[in-house]
Ligand binder design. Structure first.
Ligand code: CA
Length: 406
């Protein structure tokens, strides 16, 4: 191996995720995470080893690289994997190709043109339905027929490490009939995964569940910040608006579908049977362990949730097939988030709304403080990794500090 990779690193030789980084001496550019380091792809390109126009690696986002297509991007990943393992490869004896992650600044890996948020965890949808609507009929009649989603806001998707401000807005106090204005009192995270679209479609075109994976470049961790009190007052009849569009945070490294291949699992049985355009074959869910921790200002982290991406009722192929079945076009760099990923047990709920059950069961942090929702000064960190035998592929983290309203 050309470079030391710490045991249990998220960025093992099996991963090779892509991102955009800069350092004091290196402008924004494409890189690959390996162990504690980043392999500078612009520097690698100068060795003349790539058979595509390597200018795309010097851009401020990966969109043009991804646009080259999977035949190219998958080969780059495979070549790098091989070069890193061969002591006499083109990368050998060239420490200038690597920078320490601790010395690099990460940036948004793609320019996100459009962002769609799904609502694909049956446990989450059931929990929210119970709290917001009817405990007896928590799921709406369409839920098992449609991968429910809405169009979110691309402009406010930010990279891990970017602080966000508590949103202000209208809420309806308990037992009141008219709303008040002020900072949200119920700021929440949503534990999600987002996939990055890897191939354009034209208007009128649809992507089948069979083809869908060709159109998915890879995945990131996705914290879809939500203001529950604003949401509760505004969401009828047209769904989420200002409760959701003020911020979403992502992890910096895009883990490719290729890297996640070993972790495919069968999804949950879908009953009733879905319409033909949503039927799919094979294993389309992924076994990815997920966790959320809260760190109060000046304090230590407390684990508040552990969940798994494999719980999703609707898979990514079905989401993309549904999204495009009406001819809606998608573009490279578009982000599609899973919806909050909750499991069946109470520790696996992917939001404070569910973990503290609308404020009725506060979470106790390690320092003894209680949380019903997220306080100013709190840092919320999500981590995720997949492991099978000795193959580990991780996402790193998305960490975000909450500041008071601006
Ligand atoms: Ca969401």
């Amino acid at each position: 191996m050309i470079i030391d990779i710490p045991e249990n690193s998220d960025f093992s030789i099996h991963n090779i995720p892509f991102g955009i980084f800069s350092t004091q001496n290196r402008s924004k550019r494409a890189g690959v995470a390996i162990g504690d380091h980043i392999l500078d792809l612009v520097a690698v390109a100068k060795l003349g080893v790539f058979d595509f126009d390597s200018k795309v690696l010097e851009r401020e986002d990966l969109n043009d690289f991804i646009l080259l297509g999977k035949a190219t991007t998958s080969k780059v990943r495979k070549d790098i994997q091989q070069w890193l393992q061969e002591d006499t490869s083109v990368l050998a004896g060239k420490p200038e190709l690597f920078v320490l992650q601790s010395e690099a600044q990460m940036h948004m890996p793609v320019c996100v043109g459009d962002y769609t948020d799904f609502y694909s965890s049956i446990e989450h949808a059931t929990n929210v339905g119970k709290m917001f609507r009817d405990p007896e009929n928590a799921l709406l009649p369409n839920w098992k027929h449609i991968p429910v989603g809405y169009h979110g806001r691309a402009s406010s998707i930010v990279i891990s490490g970017t602080p966000i401000h508590r949103p202000q807005g209208q809420t309806l106090p308990k037992d009141a009939t008219t709303p008040v204005f002020g900072p949200s009192q119920r700021l929440d995270f949503e534990l999600e995964m987002g996939f990055v679209v890897g191939k354009n479609t034209e208007m009128g075109e649809s992507v089948s569940t069979d083809q869908a994976e060709e159109y998915i470049f890879g995945l990131v961790l996705f914290n879809d910040w939500s203001a529950r009190d604003i949401q509760k007052w505004e969401y009828v009849p047209l769904g989420p608006f200002l409760a959701k569009n003020f911020a979403s945070s992502i992890s910096p490294w895009i883990v490719t579908l290729d890297a996640l291949e070993p972790f495919r699992v069968q999804g949950p049985a879908q009953n009733p049977k879905v319409l033909p355009y949503l039927e799919y074959e094979g294993k389309k869910n992924y076994d990815i362990q997920l966790e959320v921790r809260i760190r109060p200002e000046g304090g230590e982290e407390t684990l508040v949730c552990h969940s798994n991406f494999k719980y999703m009722y609707w898979n990514m192929a079905q989401q993309l097939a549904h999204h495009t079945i009406n001819g809606c076009n998608v573009h490279v760099g578009d982000m599609m988030a899973s919806g909050t990923i909750s499991g069946q047990d109470e520790q696996s709920y992917g939001s404070m709304l569910e973990l503290a059950w609308m404020g009725t069961k506060p979470i106790t942090l390690n320092n003894g403080a209680e949380r019903k929702f997220i306080h100013d000064g709190d840092t919320v960190t999500m981590r995720g990794y997949a492991q099978k035998d000795d193959i580990r592929v991780g996402f790193g983290e998305v960490a975000t500090k909450v500041l008071p309203p601006k």
